[in-house]
Design a protein around this ligand. Sequence first.
Ligand SMILES: [Zn+2]
Ligand SMILES: [Zn+2]
Length: 140
Amino acid sequence: MVRETSIGVCEHCHTEFSYYLVHNGFNDSAYAYCDTCEQCTILTRSHKPIPPGAVLSVYQRISNDVESFLKPCPCGGMFRADADPRCPHCRQVLSPVLVRKYLEGNAPGTKKGWKWQNNWSGIYSIVIANKCVSDCWKLQ
Ligand SMILES: [Zn+2]
Ligand SMILES: [Zn+2]
């Protein structure tokens, strides 16, 4: 799927990067971020097979008990319930509050009252620099 990307800027190194937001209500999904790089994973409820024992609560970031069912990130890091998105250049964690300026500035819905959720765990997730692997469940 081709998505329209917008441009954000890192609050640490001031370098620009592309991103898009994913509304996890549209495809019944949950998500997680890598603890090392800018990669995210989107986990859809309709994906088969979800490993037996994994309880996926959708519309939000994954819970801790799901971590052990996921493959490592391609970079060698891990997708964690408490990992936040990172800048693709300096790999520092982006503040969910400081990003609001450009997330709301770029979103067409802002004029109609859309507001950023101000956290990295709600219904919206962010894909930075197109780094997103879907349904990265470990094969048993
Ligand atoms: Zn990674
Ligand atoms: Zn940076």
